[in-house]
Design a protein around this ligand. Structure first.
Ligand code: ADP
Ligand code: MG
Length: 345
């Protein structure tokens, strides 16, 4: 979807300069800087001292399972919640000292939606523009541009309660961008969306980023972090346990892996029993009937495994040697498998 009016081209461009990370950009302070951010709820430690930095014009994907502390972090960034200790700066603004400037600097969207379902998409957008004290003309223009950009023109004057999940998510995103924030923060933007709406939203987010929006999104989905995140921070139990590009994280998972699919569950069980003796590092994932074997020397291990399986009379459907995926990294770091998206279920 390409914007087709001048107003659209304007929309979503942030007040900071366009954002390929060139030399000039690098000299600016990071868009987001967290230092030692800690937050507890009673005896529950939601954030156990988080350091995080997001450069301008980049996408940071905060990847973590349920309960990792993602929403707590997002609420702190948005000024909706105070940390017990630590420092938060956004676009050079000390977020804890100047919560009001902060709210102007960031656009927030996700699990706590601002949509009034009794109003139409257009009315929702105009309302938010008015809340930001934009004049009548500007308000109408921005609403129109947003409807265009987010493919909402056809449903613009229908009550939001008649929208599908995908349309609501788009409207939510449009609302968070009406005020042209420096930073867009999205809390699990595609959770609950069908595969089609998900791909759709990803494409839209990529457009926004191409236009210069800095994006911090949280996700439980590896492919989402892989596809959108320039940087990925893995959050587990309130701590960043790893940080880097998808490629860097994958490299941390170590050597090659051998993935084995057995024909039947009995074969799988037999394969597991036969291999566990030979490969103590073996990890089996019963739900998907596959085995992951960290292999130091992939090809020789593969032939050894084939020999063991042959000896045990196991029928193999498929066996392959491959590089670790982000999935493997996640498992290695957090001890549990990541959530699968609807496209992969
Ligand atoms: N308002 C709250 N009151 C009590 N506990 C909370 C509250 N918000 C979050 N928590 C706890 O903090 C931890 C992190 O929660 P959350 O930030 O919502 O994680 P995520 O968004 O990654 O699923 C969880 O154990 C959760 O139960
Ligand atoms: Mg959450």
């Amino acid at each position: 979807m390409k914007p087709d009016t001048d107003a659209c081209l304007q929309f979503g461009s942030s007040p900071v300069a366009p954002v390929s990370v060139d030399a000039a950009e690098r000299t600016l302070p990071p868009m987001v800087e967290l230092r030692g951010v800690r937050r507890t709820f009673g005896s529950e430690v939601a954030l156990a001292g988080v350091d995080l930095s997001v450069s301008r014009g980049r996408v940071m994907a905060l990847l973590g399972p349920n309960g990792a502390g993602k929403t707590t972090l997002v609420r702190i960034l948005a000024g909706l919640l105070r940390p017990d200790s630590g420092a938060v700066s956004i676009g050079g603004i000390d977020a804890l000292r100047e919560p009001r400037s902060l709210r102007r600097a960031i656009g927030l969207s996700g699990q706590f939606t601002a949509i009034d379902e009794l109003l139409s998409g257009r009315e929702n957008l105009e309302l938010v523009a008015q809340l930001h004290h934009l004049g009548r003309r500007e308000t109408r223009q921005r609403a129109r541009a947003a409807l265009n950009r987010f493919g909402l023109c056809e449903v613009a004057d229908r009550q939001a309660k008649t929208y599908s999940g995908g349309l609501l998510r788009r409207l939510d995103l449009a609302l968070s961008l009406v005020a042209r924030p420096l930073l867009l923060v999205l809390d699990e933007p595609t959770t609950g969306l069908d595969p089609h709406s998900r791909l759709d939203l990803w494409a839209l987010l990529e457009e926004l980023v191409a236009d210069g929006t800095t994006l911090l999104l949280t996700t439980q989905y590896l492919e989402e972090a892989d596809r959108l995140g320039h940087e990925i921070a893995v959050l587990d139990q309130g701590q960043v346990v790893a940080e880097g590009s998808a490629a860097e994280l994958k490299a941390r998972a170590g050597g090659d892996l051998i993935e084995l699919h057995a024909s039947t569950e009995e074969d799988f069980d037999r394969a597991r029993t036969a291999l566990i003796g030979a490969q103590p590092d073996l990890f089996a994932e019963p739900s998907r009937c596959l085995l992951r074997l960290p292999a130091k020397d992939g090809s020789s291990t593969l032939s050894e495994i084939l020999r063991i399986l042959d000896g045990a009379g196991v029928a193999i459907e498929d066996i392959a040697l491959r590089r670790p995926s982000l999935d493997d990294v996640f498992l290695a770091l957090t001890g549990h498998a990541a959530k699968r998206g609807p496209a992969e279920a």
